[in-house]
Design a protein around this ligand. Sequence first.
Ligand code: ZN
Length: 176
Amino acid sequence: MSIKPLVILPDPVLRLVSKPVERVDASLRKLADDMLDTMYDAPGIGLAAIQVGEPLRMLVIDVAKEGEPKAPHVFINPEIVEQSGEASIYEEGCLSIPDYYAEVERPATVRVTYLDREGKPQEVAAAGLLATCLQHEIDHLNGVLFIDHISKLKRDMVVRKFRKLAKDRPPSRMVG
Ligand code: ZN
């Protein structure tokens, strides 16, 4: 079990476009397991690899309700191939933007293709919280944050707040 440090706004790493995974091997599965540990520890319901500093198109999700058994899912190279015209609104938060929540409108259902933890092609038709979570995490792979879906005024306020917090915080990473 290994918990990785989270990349926090306004770290420019969050704006990188992640690269497709070319090989599903033991080291990738180890990263997926570490991401799940990190997500459960936070706690959160979704995490993209870029949020632990790895610019790879992989994310983990568990939308099981409290009291239900854990339902970890790994999505490698996920792609939205279909989305509904109908929208739904959820209050979203992000492990890279701690303690900030805002309502975001997104397509209510999506169909997503991906590779699973074993590298096998899969497809899921998602609705409800899973649909929202998948879209939020796939956004991360493209350098997009949920605050990009709210008003510019609100977004500027959040970014300013986190810039100030970052200044008061000792650097979390060694740069060398
Ligand atoms: Zn997020």
